[in-house]
Structures are given as C-alpha cells and as structure tokens.
Design a protein around this ligand. Structure first.
Ligand SMILES: [Zn+2]
Ligand SMILES: [Zn+2]
Length: 360
C-alpha cells in the first residue's frame, strides 16, 4: 500500500510502498477513506516530540473496515469507523476507573517478538500513535476505532478522530463547562474551533475567541464565539478580563506556546480553570504567579479531550447530523496523499483551518 513516511525530522515526508500485516485476534484492518492533517503531525516532523523513525504519520482518520481478527466483536467488514489514538486496554487502573484516554498499557500493541504491523519494502517501519493514517490502509487494535452511522460523510467523520474530540472533550470532560459559564479559547485552528463549538453546545454564556488572524476570528463566530479578541489590539489578558468583568471560568490553550499557556492562566477569574491542550515543545517551562493560587485558580493538561471515544464519537456524529456540530466549515482543502507536504506547509503558515487527505 501507499503511505507517507517520515524518515528524517525537518525533511518532507516521502510517498512509499509499505507492507501491512493481516489482523491478529484483536485487530482490525481498515481501508482509509479520509485523514486530516493535524498540528501534532507537524510537531513530530519538526522534531519537537521524538518518535522512532522511519514512521508512517497521520492520526485523524475515518474509513471502512475490510477485515477483522477472530476475537473482534465491536466491528465487522463494511462498517464505517472513526479511529482514535487513545487505544485503551480495558484492564489497567486508568481504564477501570473511567479514564481510558490515559491508558498507556502496551497491550494494544503487538509484542516485540511478533511480526510488526507495518514494514518497509526493505527494513523496518514504525506505526505512529497506534494508527498511521497517512496510508491507504490501517491495521489497528479493536480498541482504537469505533463504528459510526453511515450517513455522515467520512471526510467530516475523520475530524472527529482527533481535533474535534480533543476540543469538544476538553470543554465537556476535562473542564466540565456548565451552562452560563464563561469560556476563553486561545488559538482558533481545528482544536480551538472545536472548543468553541463544544462550549456553545454545552451552553456557555460568553465564549471569547482569541487569535491573531482576523479570518480565523470570523470563523470562530460561525462556530459560536460571542466575542473575539485580537492580541494585535492590545494585551489579550486585559481584553478578556474586561469583557468578563474579572476573568473567565474556563480557558483553553490550543496552540502549545509558553506565552499563551501563561496567558490562559492569567485570564481566569477566581476559581477558574486553565486547560492546556496545545503541545508545548519538550523542554519548555511555563511560569505562573504564585499569588494567583490564592484565588483557587487551577491549571491542568487535557489529552485528547479526556475522551471515552467509543461513546463520545458516535454522539459527536449525532451532533453533526442534527446541525449542532460544525464540521463542513472546518475543512479548508481536500488534498491527495501526494500533496501531504503542501498540507503540512500550509499548517505551518497557520492560515487554514484544516486540510484533509482523500483516498480514492
Ligand atoms: Zn491530532
Ligand atoms: Zn488501559
């Protein structure tokens, strides 16, 4: 099968022929239909986060089940599925206490002694985040995909697999936004827009979008932002505090920068919670004013929206089908696998909401 491979950091991905194994007892072979190009892929290309190479990147995808292992009961050939990088084992402490998105058990991967899921025509090939979606097929653990209804187009469904789950989940699960509360979202890319949309669905009273690009702020309004703040017009922290007379209940940092992470904490009102979603590069420290803790302000990480994806993703599909979840506007371009490097370049420039690779 054809796949986009990262062989060296800071270098373009190469389109290569990659071998894929057959499903083991708990595995599912999926024909990839659509794969979003996500900022996290870029972090690995640029080497901000380490990963064994060579690897097939891609982790935001949807497709059709082709073949299942002997023990798989949750999906069957022909089913439409969304994949999720939060593969869960189902029996570790995180899984059995209801925090399956924190699962780091190796039980969802093949044993080192087994034949790997992927192989290069000569030499080895690493699977990325248990998925590797920039490829015509994916071989995943059965707990890394979920069946969905067939009336949602799979390019829209793919977005639910990472950015939308991450953004909506951060609002609903990680920070538990209640109706009427105030929310600020820093960064209006795919994840930020999903946060805004999630806050609107959750019934937030004020939803303040913060971004340097006017075009993204306009898009943010379509997704449910009630107010927009452009840091080019002055300190965004001051602007948010003024708009909410004292600071927000929940802030969401969806970029992954030291400066914006610190701002997300400073724009809280007393008792507020800052959620860091963006991937802050390894080795970067953030600084907070100790006195702010007297106001019971909290700061926490949010990973993949603290999801319970087999339950959450079909619900998000229902939200889309009923018009509450906006996915059409999130796709700025549909590209071919061969154009993946352009998609990554555009993401770097930060203008687009999202490119989606279509496999035909
Ligand atoms: Zn992602
Ligand atoms: Zn587990």
């Amino acid at each position: 099968m054809k796949a986009a491979v990262l062989r060296e950091v800071k270098k373009p991905l190469s389109i290569e022929e990659v071998e894929i194994s057959k499903p083991g007892p708990h595995e599912v072979l999926i024909r990839t239909v659509a794969a979003g190009v996500c900022h996290s892929d870029l972090h690995f290309v640029e080497g901000h986060y380490p990963h064994p190479l060579p690897a097939v990147l891609g982790h935001e995808s949807a497709g059709v089940v082709e073949q299942v292992g002997s023990e798989v009961r949750t999906v069957k050939p022909g089913d439409h599925v969304i994949t999720c990088l939060s593969a869960f084992c189902g029996h570790c402490e995180h899984c059995v206490t209801g925090f399956m998105s924190r699962c780091i058990s190796p039980d969802t991967r093949r044993l080192k002694s087994d034949k790997p899921r992927l192989a290069a025509t000569s030499g080895s090939m690493n699977q990325y985040l248990n998925l590797s979606s920039f490829a015509e097929q994916m071989l995943v653990h059965e707990h890394a995909c979920v069946r969905i209804r067939k009336d949602i187009p799979l390019d829209r469904a793919a977005l639910i697999g990472c950015s939308v789950m991450t953004g909506v989940g951060a609002v609903m699960h990680t920070s538990k936004v209640r109706p009427g509360e105030t929310v600020a979202v820093i960064g209006c890319g795919g994840v930020g827009l999903a946060c805004i949309n999630g806050a609107a669905i959750a019934g937030a009273g004020r939803i303040i979008a913060v971004d340097m690009q006017g075009s993204k702020l306009n898009l943010a309004k379509e997704f449910g932002a009630t107010d927009v703040v452009n840091p080019k017009d002055g300190d965004p922290v001051k602007q948010v505090i003024e708009l909410t007379s004292g600071g927000v209940h929940h802030s969401f940092e969806a970029i992954g920068l030291k400066q914006t992470a610190e701002q997300s904490f400073r724009m809280l009102g007393r008792g507020g919670t800052a959620n860091i979603i963006g991937m802050i590069p390894v080795g970067v420290n953030i600084e907070l004013h100790g006195a702010d803790f007297l106001g019971e302000k909290k700061i926490q990480g949010s990973l993949m929206g603290s999801n319970r994806f087999p339950v959450d993703m079909p619900r998000l599909v229902d939200f889309y089908m009923s018009g509450k979840l906006k996915l059409d506007q999130m796709i700025s371009r549909r590209i071919r696998l061969e154009d993946i490097n352009e998609g990554l370049e555009e993401l770097k420039r930060g203008e687009l909401a999202r490119s989606v690779i279509m496999f035909n």
